[in-house]
Design a protein around this ligand. Structure first.
Ligand code: AMP
Length: 380
């Protein structure tokens, strides 16, 4: 099956190929035709399955066929997501796949944790709104946005949204939407709580279920940021604080750099130690013990040291610098997502390293969308 067989508009096909997608993933093959027909969909699929493009493409095709007459604060498409990170990722996919369309489409993310005023201003003329529930309601209450013209609703990672306790907010949002609309609900799992939502939300939905690969690597969520060298330190501190990381292993390309990164974190009130070949065995063992037992939240290290670090259920790995060899990358990110618990491996990539990073991902048969740190709001 090819993308052109899915009867997508030529300009979308061209954006798909610029993005480097060659063939549709199973969820895309199954979901796109259903969604193009305007039906409701229940998609059981994880991140990594290509689920985002499976709803982004039919939504864009739908907007292409309907001329936008007025532009105001009434989006036609609402995508609800549990986290700011996902909001940014989904928005990036909308932006990339709507590049140079005959009819320009404005997609925008809104989420909490940043000031609301710039979002209020920027909302004018939005067609596709990607939002976390709390912030969306704040914007709606202050009349910065109206949900009365929403024709398509997407719930992405609905199970996570429920786990984070967004149930009431979601219900409040549903009540603000027009009754007649297309609904798409994506979730990694199908829980009882989710079934409750399906029943009230979806009308005669088509179920598309993608089996997860029983592969260990699936447990490792990958994410990445475009970030110039001079902004890496501030971004690192921002992520550690914002994601409330209690145990994170950071990789640099040299012992010297590891020392510098750890010192800078300490200087900013984040407890961190570095271990590398030039440290005494005593210092290494002590730092590692403290890190493993959870007393030390941040350990900065190099590839050389990583082999000995075997920690159960390590939640975060950050590649402060990209390794040269894809093998090292796999080894580094493999420090997390072990013993069947999910882990997140974040990679910092400079513009010059983009190609190299793509090669690494291709070898791993993974693909991720990098978030541009320039679009993020954090202190230098
Ligand atoms: P998702 O499950 O939507 O988070 O997608 C996981 C990753 O797969 C994202 O980085 C997408 O850009 C990428 N992706 C989506 N569809 C395709 C495709 N047809 N071919 C290759 N990569 C894809």
């Amino acid at each position: 099956m090819s993308f052109s067989e899915l009867k997508l508009h030529p300009s979308l096909l061209s954006n798909i190929s610029s993005k480097g997608y060659e063939t549709p993933t199973p969820i895309q093959v199954q979901a796109i035709p259903v969604l193009l027909k305007g039906k409701d969909l229940l998609g059981i699929a994880k991140t990594g399955s290509g689920k985002t493009a499976s709803f982004v493409l039919p939504i864009l095709q739908g907007l292409l066929t309907k001329p936008i007459v007025e532009r105001n604060r009434q989006p036609k498409v609402l995508v609800l997501v549990p986290t700011r990170e996902l909001a940014m990722q989904v928005t990036e996919v909308f932006k990339e796949l709507s590049h140079n369309l005959r009819q320009p489409v404005k997609s925008m993310a809104v989420y909490g944790g940043v000031s609301i005023n710039p979002q209020m201003k920027a909302l004018f003329g939005v067609d596709i709104l990607i939002a976390t529930p709390g912030r969306l309601l704040d914007l709606q209450r202050s009349k910065a946005i109206s949900l009365s013209k929403v024709e398509t609703l997407v719930l992405d990672e609905a199970d996570k949204m429920l786990n984070l306790g967004f149930h009431e907010e979601m219900q409040e949002i549903f009540d603000l939407l027009p009754k007649k609309r297309q609904n798409m609900l994506f979730s990694a799992t199908l829980s009882d709580q989710l079934s409750g939502i399906n029943r009230v939300l979806l009308v005669d939905p088509v179920l598309v279920q993608i089996e997860a690969k029983p592969d260990e690597e699936e447990l490792i969520n990958l994410s990445g940021y475009f970030v110039p060298d001079e902004r890496k330190g501030p971004l690192l501190r921002h992520l550690i604080r914002e994601m409330d990381m209690k145990q994170v292993l950071i990789f640099t390309s040299s012992g010297n750099k590891a020392d510098k990164v750890a010192a800078k974190l300490m200087g900013n009130g984040i407890e961190a130690l570095a271990i590398h070949g030039k440290k005494s065995q005593f210092a290494r063992t002590m730092a590692l013990d403290h890190f493993k037992s959870g007393k030390l939240p941040v350990l900065v290290t190099t590839d050389l040291m990583s082999r000995g670090i075997d920690i159960n259920e390590l939640p975060y790995v950050i590649n402060y610098e990209l390794p040269r060899s894809p093998k090292d990358f796999v080894h580094r990110v493999g420090r997390t997502g072990r013993s069947s618990t999910q882990g997140l491996a974040i990679t910092f990539v400079t513009r010059e390293e983009t190609q190299h990073f793509k090669v690494i991902l291709k070898k791993m048969k993974r693909y991720i969308d990098l978030i541009d740190s320039e679009t993020m709001d954090f202190k230098p």
